[in-house]
Design a protein around this ligand. Structure first.
Ligand SMILES: *Cc1c(COP(=O)(O)O)cnc(C)c1O
Length: 389
């Protein structure tokens, strides 16, 4: 083990199983380690550096704002935060935005908005939030309760009460749970990311949306991983023809700086009043300036390129030797290897200079949206060989 790795193990809380790669610098979709070895970055953090490392427009936007003021507080107005909120609303049709710093914080806001709305419109007993088994919504005690994976729950009882889970792609189960519990909202990922790149069916998501509308239960879509162009649409729900009441987003939004947002639709636009909710760092002007530069560039032309690269990846890997199946949408791809574990494939790819992620039994790819096609081709060749051998 190198000195850096020993010091990391000594001083950093033992919550991450890191790969033995010491990243020093990068450019676009290339990361360079301490020994000068280059890697093709097929993870972009975990879907965070939407336009890669050191993207010129993002860097310029961020440094320009840094030169003006790096933080105020939410007691004052700042331009980038308003510009970003306006852009988010114009591009989605949502009405108002609350800014936090992470996906978990965006989901916390969504849950609070749903509970307050339900308390005011139906009564405080309508507090239950329905989520799906195998979902992932964050690490805070409340978003952990929302996360439908019991192994994450075991060590941290008691969690926030008021969450129930239904099977994904099982509309009858959702309908039954909505009958059994007094629900404020349904929170779901259209494509479960950490849960193994599991795609929800269109009929299922539309069915849930219909049930929610009929019962005045808020439809909340967790777009933390799927959002900001990842699936070939600006937000994944746009592939499903539904209109959510609340959208949570983070990861790719800030382009690499911490930023989360809860987008509030018509029903909940005015649910909060001053003092109801807040976040010291939320809406930081530097993060928001970077996010404006990210969001402005996620246009139809870019989304078409995302879909084109996606088509190439799916075509190359589907049915390839040693590949059992390929799931996902856009540049959110899950590959189930037939001969090896996902971790073994990731290990082999790393040795060949390609960094991939895992999600459950799948190799997960979340490259930068603007990854050049030649790097996609090189990475896919390496992944294919690792699966086949
Ligand atoms: C990563 C993720 C979260 C949590 O985001 P943090 O920024 O780590 O709090 C929530 N929901 C989904 C779908 C995610 O992928």
């Amino acid at each position: 083990m190198t000195d850096l790795q020993t010091l990391d193990k000594t001083y950093i809380a033992n919550t991450y199983a890191r790969f033995p790669v010491e990243v020093v610098s990068g450019h676009g979709s290339i990361l360079t380690d301490r020994d000068g070895k280059d890697y093709i970055d097929m993870g972009s953090g975990i879907g965070v550096t939407a336009f890669g490392i050191g993207d010129a427009a993002w860097t310029e936007a961020v440094t320009a704002q840094l030169g003006l003021v790096q933080h105020t507080s939410n007691l004052y107005y700042t331009e980038p935060c308003v510009a970003l909120a306006k852009l988010l609303c114009e591009k989605t049709g949502m009405k108002k935005v609350f800014f936090g710093n992470s996906g978990a914080e965006a989901n916390e806001c969504a849950i609070k908005a749903a509970r307050k709305y339900a308390a005011e419109h139906k009564g405080p007993e309508y507090s239950t939030i329905l989520t799906l088994w195998n979902s992932f919504h964050g690490r805070t005690l409340t978003t952990l309760a929302a996360t439908g994976q019991e192994h994450y729950h075991e060590l941290y009882q008691p969690l926030t009460p008021g969450f129930v889970h239904a099977e994904g792609n099982d509309l009858a189960d959702v309908a039954a749970k909505l009958r059994e519990h007094k629900c404020a909202g349904v929170l779901l990922e259209c494509i479960q990311g950490e849960g193994g790149v599991r795609v929800m069916d269109k009929a299922f998501v539309q069915g849930v949306a219909k049930l929610c509308a009929e019962q005045d239960v808020l439809l909340m879509i967790d777009e933390v991983q799927t959002g900001n162009g990842r699936t070939g649409a600006l937000y994944s729900y746009m592939n499903y023809g539904v209109t959510p009441d609340i959208v949570s987003t983070a990861k790719g939004l800030g382009g690499g700086l911490p930023l989360g947002a809860a987008l509030l639709g018509e029903k909940v636009a005015d649910v909060f009043t001053p003092g109801d909710h807040g976040s010291t760092f939320g809406g930081n002007p530097v993060c928001c300036a970077g996010a404006v530069s990210v969001l402005r560039r996620i246009d139809d032309a870019l989304l078409a390129q995302v879909r084109e690269k996606s088509d190439y990846i799916f075509k190359e890997l589907t049915g390839a030797e040693g590949v059992e199946s390929v799931s996902g949408m856009g540049l959110m791809v899950g590959i189930k290897p037939a001969k090896h574990t996902a971790a073994e494939v990731v290990q082999k790819c790393m040795a060949q200079g390609v960094l991939c992620l895992t999600a459950k039994d799948r190799v997960r790819l979340l490259p930068a949206l603007n990854i050049p096609m030649d790097l996609v081709q090189k990475a896919v060749a390496v992944i294919k060989a690792a699966c086949a051998e």
